[in-house]
Design a protein around this ligand. Structure first.
Ligand SMILES: C[S@@+](CC[C@H](N)C(=O)[O-])C[C@H]1O[C@@H](n2cnc3c(N)ncnc32)[C@H](O)[C@@H]1O
Length: 426
């Protein structure tokens, strides 16, 4: 594995290591109605396996943690500064093209798009070189596709089928609208798109049953979203199961994630405590991070929550009041081990800054077109560069699955409509 930084330094404190006992204690309160503010809890310990018990306790504990923020059904102050990802992304204002140009984070956004374009360009070229019939187009599966901002990049890479899922119905509607506009405007165009409102970390049997039968993908793309899914080991296993269930043999997973090592280091060096005892990082004018604790038990690599705000992208700021979105640290060693269980090997694993160093010469033309630096010796403003440093690229290769030569592609996917949008409530 190529890794530019060390694994998170987990603490060994007794308090943090005694995992099961306090959770079970918390979970034994019993109330009959299952509503926020009220706790329904019963563990049938005897007929569950140890694994099931731990999962059940975790779920119940999450419910307990949520419930304890309510009093007589009223949300307490403590949770008012948190937005769920679904609510936030559904509410998020659509950014018009003009909006993007005047963005205060103009260069950062352009840089993030350059990273994604380089990834798509590099890996799609490599995958297509192995096709026996060079006219073949790619099948691409994007999890957390949002408004379909990467559809055009995939279209340029020679994609025939692009399948996007997201939890935000509003974003999916916008993706559909963009596809239609692009189809009217351009010659090179994805032939078929399929959009579905669903969770990338939902139960894998359910997830699989909703996918069109017998359709496999050369790529799974997950951009700036896996850090929203690491809420528990079960959620991570669901995610890997869902990623791999239709990924071809030698298929590629392209991920951009937050860099837990950089975040934790920054928090430990520069955060300050607020009046509630939370650790806050707010040295950067565009973003803020909040942690309840900076101790991370070795035996709990999943479910390490932090709250994140990034101007225009994650959360909302009203005056001095920030509404954060919960995200989770991705501990790289646990990530790699879990990936291995799903027959995924790591091909590249680089912080954005190292990625930039590696590809800036090779993709300098794209850099000029996409990032639009005002001069040759220009450097990105420090606060935006610091945010770029919070992210990393992780590429995985699937070592199992359907042979690429056997998968059906456009135009042999007659049963799929040219453009379909499947929303949960419709
Ligand atoms: C930071 S945005 C990234 C959007 C897009 N991938 C990009 O690069 O611009 C995260 C996206 O993940 C979606 N999302 C969050 N949790 C999800 C989940 N559990 N399953 C599927 N999508 C999810 C959000 O609705 C949002 O569109």
């Amino acid at each position: 594995m190529t890794s530019s930084s060390e694994s998170i330094q987990f603490s060994n404190s007794d308090k943090e290591d005694s995992f099961e006992q306090p959770l079970i204690k918390k979970a034994v309160k019993e109330i009959d109605k299952e509503e926020p503010g009220q706790i329904k809890m019963e563990i049938e310990c005897d007929n569950l396996t140890q694994n099931q018990k731990v999962q059940q306790v975790q779920q119940n504990n999450q419910f307990y943690e949520k419930a304890k923020n309510y009093e007589n059904g009223q949300l307490l102050q403590q949770e008012k500064d948190i937005l769920t990802a679904k609510d936030y992304y559904n509410q998020q204002q659509m950014n018009t093209f003009t909006g993007r140009k005047i963005s205060r984070l103009y260069y950062l956004r352009n840089f993030q798009n350059w990273v994604k374009a380089v990834l798509i360009n590099e890996y799609s070229t490599a995958v297509r070189q192995n096709f026996t019939d060079k006219r073949n187009l790619l099948n691409v599966f994007e999890l957390g596709c949002g408004k379909g901002g990467d559809m055009q990049k995939w279209s340029k890479a020679g994609t025939g089928l692009w399948f996007g899922i997201d939890i935000s119905s509003e974003s999916l509607k916008e993706a559909e609208r963009r596809h239609k506009t692009q189809k009217e405007d351009r010659k090179k165009q994805i032939q078929k798109i399929y959009l579905m409102e669903t969770k990338a970390d939902s139960d894998s049997t359910l997830f699989r049953s909703r996918l069109p039968q017998d359709v496999y993908f050369d790529f799974v793309s997950m951009q700036f979203m896996a850090n929203l899914l690491f809420s528990s080991e079960q959620a991570v296993e669901n995610m890997f199961e869902n990623i791999t269930c239709r990924l071809t043999n030698q298929g590629i997973v392209l991920m951009t994630i937050t860099d837990a090592n950089v975040i934790v280091k920054k928090m430990r060096e520069f955060s300050v405590k607020d009046t509630d005892g939370n650790y806050i990082y707010s040295k950067n004018q565009y973003c803020s991070l909040k942690f309840e604790s900076l101790q991370f038990p070795k035996n709990k690599p999943f479910g390490q929550q932090y709250l994140f705000y990034l101007e225009e992208s994650v959360g909302i700021k009203e005056g001095n009041q920030i509404k954060y979105v919960p995200e989770y640290l991705i501990e790289l060693q646990a990530f790699e081990e879990k990936a291995k269980e799903y027959n995924l090997e790591i091909v590249e694993n680089l912080n954005f800054i190292d990625f930039f160093e590696k590809y800036k010469q090779k993709h300098s033309d794209l850099l000029k077109i996409m990032v639009k630096p005002p001069s040759d010796d220009w450097k990105m403003p420090m606060d935006q560069w610091e945010i770029a440093h919070l992210y990393r690229v992780v590429i995985l290769r699937h070592l199992k699955g359907q042979a690429q030569s056997k998968i059906r592609r456009h135009p042999h996917l007659n049963e799929l409509p040219d453009c379909a949008l499947e929303l949960e409530n419709e």
